[in-house]
Design a protein around this ligand. Structure first.
Ligand SMILES: CC(C)(COP(=O)(O)OP(=O)(O)OC[C@H]1O[C@@H](n2cnc3c(N)ncnc32)[C@H](O)[C@@H]1OP(=O)(O)O)[C@@H](O)C(=O)NCCC(=O)NCCS
Length: 137
């Protein structure tokens, strides 16, 4: 089982996307942008949370976000508003390598901060063997 967590300042995304609105289209899917825009005045915390999802997924996979595309982790929502995580590209390949069979994401925002936790199930891969640490050599 693998887990990743990330905490993001809402204000950072408000500043970035106010200054460079086109960045949203590069980083987030159409469905994600529509979801956030639907939050009106609270949209920045939802954008920040979706960024946290990307970083939390990279952590769960043990590779971080460098070397992945912006949308390698993205979210859709159930009819009750629960987020559902999807992986593509580098993230999807890594999940396959690790033997991930199922995954879940949870999001929260409060007081100018947004957080996401990603849990991935399955696999018997020892991520410590990827570290190149002394003990693994
Ligand atoms: C889900 C709920 C517990 C959120 O708690 P909260 O303390 O108000 O808000 P948080 O900041 O901690 O969480 C918000 C996030 O919860 C997630 N969420 C929303 N509904 C959810 C659900 N049914 N199950 C799991 N997660 C949910 C979303 O990702 C949301 O973030 P987003 O709007 O940026 O996507 C609360 O709103 C609730 O019980 N809602 C009932 C479901 C509902 O009314 N849905 C409305 C659409 S039909």
């Amino acid at each position: 089982m693998y887990v990743g967590i990330d905490l993001v300042r809402t204000e950072r995304w408000e500043r970035l996307l106010t200054k460079f609105p086109a960045r949203a289209e590069a980083i987030f899917t159409e469905a994600e942008i529509a979801h956030c825009e639907g939050k009106k005045a609270h949209k920045w915390e939802s954008f920040a949370a979706l960024w946290a999802v990307r970083e939390a997924a990279g952590k769960a996979l043990g590779i971080g976000i460098f070397g992945s595309a912006w949308r390698d982790a993205h979210v859709t929502w159930t009819k009750w508003g629960a987020p559902v995580l999807h992986l593509e590209g580098t993230f999807a390949r890594r999940a396959e390598e690790l033997g991930v069979t199922d995954m879940a994401v949870s999001i929260s925002h409060e007081g100018g901060m947004a957080a996401a936790v990603v849990v991935m199930q399955g696999g018997s891969h020892d991520t410590h063997n990827d570290s190149g640490s002394e003990s693994a050599r």
